[in-house]
Write a protein that binds this ligand. Structure first.
Ligand SMILES: Cc1cc2nc3c(=O)[nH]c(=O)nc-3n(C[C@H](O)[C@H](O)[C@H](O)COP(=O)(O)O)c2cc1C
Length: 375
C-alpha cells in the first residue's frame, strides 16, 4: 500500500520537542488534545521521502545502508501517528488542497487548528475551574482603556434621536464609497461612536467584576475591542488621530498631524477611506479576552465581535444620515505603529468609517435599474 506524507501538518517547538500537528484530523470538543506528535531529525528525513504516493518498499531499497526492519518499524510508527496516510485516509486533505488552495498554510492552520476547542462553561464545574484559573493570574483587566495625559475633546451627549423606522434603516444601509466635501456634524460623530462603542448598561459579573454592555453582543461581555478615530472632516473637531475613550465619551489625541494622506497610505489608496469624514480603526486588547478565555477559539470570537460592532456602526451611522463603509484591506503593522499600539498585546483588526454620502441614501444599489446579462 502506497503512503504519502499527510498534507495538513504544521511543525513547531513545544516544551522542548519539535512536534508535527495534523490540524485537519478530528479532535474532541470534550477533551483537550492537539494531535501533535514529537518527531526527531530521522523521522523528518523519512517523511521527506513520502512527498508523493510512495511504495514503502522503494524507500527500504533507497535506504540500503540501514537495517530494513528498523526502517519498516519507523515507517509504521509514522503511519500509526497519522503523519503518513494511505489513499483511503487522504480524502479530507485532498479536498482541503483543492478548496483552500488559495489561502495558504496560515489560514488553514488557523481555522482547522482552532476548531473543536474545548469551550469553557458546559457545566458549573468547568466554569468554576476556568474562573479559578483566571483569578489566580490576578484581578480582571480594566474594562476601559484611557490615555490620561492626552489632550481630549469631550463629545456632546446630546445624541441625535434614532427614531427612523428600523426596517427603513436596515434597508437604507449600504456601503458608501463616495462622499461630499460637507463635514460630518459633531452630533453625527458623537451619536455613532456612543451607540456603537459606548457602554449602554453595566452588569455585575461577580468574580469577573463589573462589565459593560454595548449595543452589540460581545463574547463573554469581554468587549476587548478598542476604537481609534481618524478625524478628517468633522465640524468642530480638529483633524487628527484620537483614541475613543468610551467611559468618558471623549476623543484622546494621539497624533495631531494625522490626515487623509495617512489614511491613503494605510488603506491602500481606497478613496472611500480618504474622502470620509472620519475613519475608525478597531483593535483588540488581547488580555481582556484571554483573562477569561484560554482556548484558541477565542481568536474567532474576537473576529466575530469586530463584525458585530461594524454592523452596528453601519446601522447607527446610516440612521444619523451618514454613509458607512468597512474594509479589511489596510496595512496592519503600519496602522498599529500610527496608533501607537504594539500589534501583539493590542492588534489592529478592521477599518471602518463614514461620511456625507454623495450617492442616494435609499439603500438601492446604484446600478439596480440596469439590466445585466446572466453569467
Ligand atoms: C469584512 C468586509 C470587508 C470589506 N472590504 C471592502 C473593501 O476592501 N473595499 C470595498 O470597497 N468594500 C469592502 N467591503 C464592502 C463590500 O464590498 C460590501 O459590503 C458588499 O459589496 C455589499 O454591499 P452593501 O454593503 O452595500 O450591502 C467589505 C465588507 C466587509 C463586510
Amino acid at each position: 500500500m502506497k503512503l504519502r506524507r499527510t498534507r495538513s501538518l504544521v511543525g513547531y517547538w513545544h516544551e522542548g520537542d519539535f512536534v508535527l500537528e495534523d490540524y485537519l484530523s478530528a479532535k474532541s470538543s470534550d477533551e483537550d488534545e492537539d494531535n501533535a506528535v514529537a518527531v526527531d531529525e530521522d523521522a523528518l528525513r523519512l517523511l521527506q521521502r513520502f512527498e508523493d504516493w510512495t511504495d514503502p518498499e522503494s524507500v527500504l531499497d533507497a535506504l540500503s545502508g540501514y537495517d530494513p526492519a528498523s526502517v519498516r518499524t519507523a515507517i509504521d510508527a509514522l503511519a500509526d501517528a497519522g503523519l503518513l496516510h494511505t489513499p483511503e485516509q487522504a480524502g479530507q486533505e485532498d479536498l482541503l488542497a483543492s478548496e483552500w488552495a488559495a489561502w495558504s498554510e496560515e489560514a488553514r492552520f488557523f481555522h482547522f487548528g482552532t476548531k473543536d476547542a474545548v469551550y469553557i462553561g458546559d457545566d458549573a464545574e468547568h466554569r468554576a475551574a476556568a474562573t479559578a484559573v483566571a483569578l489566580e493570574t490576578g484581578p480582571p483587566p480594566p474594562v476601559f482603556k484611557s490615555y490620561p495625559d492626552a489632550p481630549r475633546v469631550r463629545l456632546p451627549r446630546a445624541f441625535l434621536p434614532l427614531r427612523r423606522d428600523f426596517d427603513e434603516v436596515l434597508l437604507a444601509r449600504r456601503t458608501h464609497r463616495e462622499f461630499t466635501a460637507e463635514p460630518v456634524t459633531l452630533r453625527q460623530l458623537a451619536t455613532t461612536l456612543h451607540y456603537t462603542f459606548g457602554p449602554m448598561y453595566f452588569v455585575d459579573a461577580r468574580e469577573y467584576g463589573t462589565l459593560m454592555m454595548r449595543t452589540s453582543p460581545g463574547g463573554g461581555a469581554r468587549h476587548e475591542i478598542e476604537a481609534y478615530v481618524g478625524v478628517l472632516n468633522v465640524e468642530g473637531v480638529a483633524p487628527g488621530l484620537y483614541h475613543y475613550n468610551v467611559e468618558q465619551h471623549a476623543l484622546e489625541l494621539i497624533d495631531p498631524e494625522f490626515r487623509a494622506g495617512h489614511v491613503d497610505r494605510l488603506g491602500f489608496g481606497q478613496q472611500m477611506a480618504v474622502t470620509a469624514g472620519f475613519v475608525v480603526f478597531m483593535t483588540a486588547l488581547v488580555s481582556r479576552a484571554t483573562y477569561k478565555y484560554r482556548h484558541p477559539r477565542t481568536l474567532r470570537m474576537i473576529l466575530l465581535d469586530a463584525g458585530h460592532l461594524a454592523q452596528t456602526f453601519a446601522l447607527v451611522s446610516t440612521a444619523t444620515g451618514l454613509g458607512p463603509f468597512q474594509t479589511a484591506a489596510f496595512r496592519d503593522s503600519e496602522a498599529e505603529a500610527a496608533l501607537g499600539v504594539d500589534g501583539i498585546a493590542e492588534t489592529a483588526l478592521y477599518l471602518i468609517g463614514a461620511g456625507r454620502p454623495a450617492g442616494p441614501v435609499d439603500g438601492h444599489p446604484i446600478d439596480m435599474s440596469v439590466a445585466a446579462s446572466p453569467r
